[in-house]
Design a protein around this ligand. Structure first.
Ligand code: HEC
Length: 96
């Protein structure tokens, strides 16, 4: 709860859309991305995503979706983010 309040305050201070950020965070957590990429994209089993350019993250998710970037895990995971690519990318880009 405290963390949620801090996140919202940080996001508001940075001038991003709070609603969009929150749903990107929810999507990231609900789909289990954190299980490999760590809390808030801090890394772990899979590469760190925190602080990457949002446009780069969106491009990678689309590449995993259309198969132009091949990774067994991400080719299965990326389609689940369909329609939420930008929100998830904005959330991760703002984590550093
Ligand atoms: C089971 C583990 C696992 C899960 C769950 C997972 N990923 Fe990944 N992800 C990986 C691995 C491994 C790579 C590196 C693939 C490669 O080497 O090309 C990767 C790569 C990526 C990249 C590219 C990073 C870069 O630096 O180019 C993005 C973006 C990404 N994942 C986003 C996500 C999102 C968003 C989710 C949740 C929908 C997710 N991943 C869930 C394992 C996972």
């Amino acid at each position: 709860m405290v963390k949620t309040i801090l996140t919202v305050a940080t996001v508001a201070a940075l001038g991003f859309s709070t609603a969009s950020m929150a749903s990107g965070e929810d999507t990231y957590n609900n789909l289990g991305c954190a299980g490999c990429h760590g809390t808030n994209g801090s890394g772990g089993f899979a590469p760190e995503l925190a602080g990457l350019e949002a446009s780069y993250i969106v491009a990678q998710l689309e590449a995993f979706q259309d198969g132009s970037r091949v990774d067994g895990t991400m080719n299965a995971m990326a389609p689940m983010v369909e329609g939420m690519e930008q929100e998830v990318a904005d959330f991760l880009a703002a984590q550093k």
